[in-house]
Design a protein around this ligand. Structure first.
Ligand code: R2B
Ligand code: URA
Length: 309
């Protein structure tokens, strides 16, 4: 927006509104955010969401509800937990919880699922006139050459060819978009991690794929046409290219948030070391504890920003 002042590539000072890059939107009399079960005529979006400063997204609905309850407790917010209800209850696709300035939303698995949610979420933040919003994906991933349970903060999201780009097919053309993330935000999150003992956190590249099995070089899918040697050669080359984890949403997340003026970060825990295995065989309690690690880190970051730390 014209009110924001650009100081360098990734830093803006002042009021930075979330923006959309679609000339058709302003001429629409009503905008229905179908998969969120919200709309500009049915809901007062500025009143409901105008104060949002932190948006956290993650794959699973239950985990994002748990995150909202956790943040509510950590921030010592008013009102009881029962008041935190799914804002998108009318839709079966995604769930959304709000506590104070923090919005927590699920995005399902994979690029198509998160991209539909992001189109509607970004329009929601735009209609609500939100400014200075930071968005963080907290998720799970497969690690490469690092200890399971490590948390990876993404500096660059790359595709299956290790390229820092996302290819969106629009009509019948391929449009290539940058997947660069906010380096300062990544560093700030890394600094917060130093306050949490008990698990390693590192900054590295994250590879985003279209599939969990063949697309991530797994030998245990319903289909597999390559050898263990080919798998290890690919993952080793990924490691050498600076990739430390693999997941399924980061490239489109980085591309869309970057284009719409959202300061964005990706923070994922690794559930296994892909140089050692393909299957996730962690006990349930260990899995739950690992999934809390990115949440813990983000809560420290948010508390710092709200002056509560
Ligand atoms: C991480 O975990 C999911 C697959 O198990 C996927 O959504 C991702 O990015
Ligand atoms: N999520 C992924 O996408 N890959 C893994 O290996 C684990 C979680």
């Amino acid at each position: 927006s014209s009110k924001s002042m650009r100081t360098d590539r990734n830093t803006y000072v002042g009021n930075r509104f979330v923006h959309v890059k679609n000339p058709h939107l302003d001429s629409m009399d009503e905008d229905i955010l179908y998969h969120l079960d919200l709309g500009t005529k049915t809901h007062n979006l500025p009143a409901m969401f105008g104060d949002v400063k932190f948006v956290c997204v993650g794959g699973s609905p239950n985990r994002m509800k748990a995150f909202a309850l956790f943040i509510h407790k950590e921030l010592d917010l008013e009102g009881n937990e029962e008041a935190i209800q799914d804002i998108c209850a009318g839709s079966d696709r995604y769930c959304m919880f709000k506590t104070g300035a923090v919005l927590s939303i699920s995005h399902g698995m994979g690029i198509p699922s998160i991209s539909i949610m992001l189109h509607e979420l970004i329009k929601l933040l735009y209609h609500a006139k939100c400014c200075d919003v930071t968005i963080i994906r907290i998720g799970t991933s497969g690690g490469i050459g690092i200890e399971p349970g490590s948390v990876v903060i993404t500096d660059t999201a790359v595709d299956s060819f290790f390229k820092p780009q996302f290819e969106q097919i629009i009509l019948d053309t391929v449009v290539t978009r940058s997947t660069e993330l906010d380096k300062e935000l990544a560093q700030e999150l890394f600094n917060c991690s130093k306050e949490i003992p008990g698990f390693p956190t590192l900054i590295g590249h994250t590879m985003c794929t279209y599939d969990f099995y063949e697309g991530q070089g797994r030998l245990d899918g319903a289909l597999c046409s390559f050898s263990n040697e080919k798998k290890l050669d690919y993952l080793q080359r990924a490691y050498e290219a600076g990739i430390r984890n693999i997941e399924m949403e980061s490239t489109v997340f980085a591309a869309m948030c970057g284009l719409c003026g959202l300061r964005a970060a990706v923070v994922c825990v690794t559930l296994l070391n892909r140089l050692e295995c393909d299957q996730i065989n962690l006990p349930h309690e260990v899995l739950l504890e690992y999934q809390q690690r990115p949440q813990h880190l983000i809560s420290i970051f948010i508390k710092k920003h709200l002056g509560q730390h």
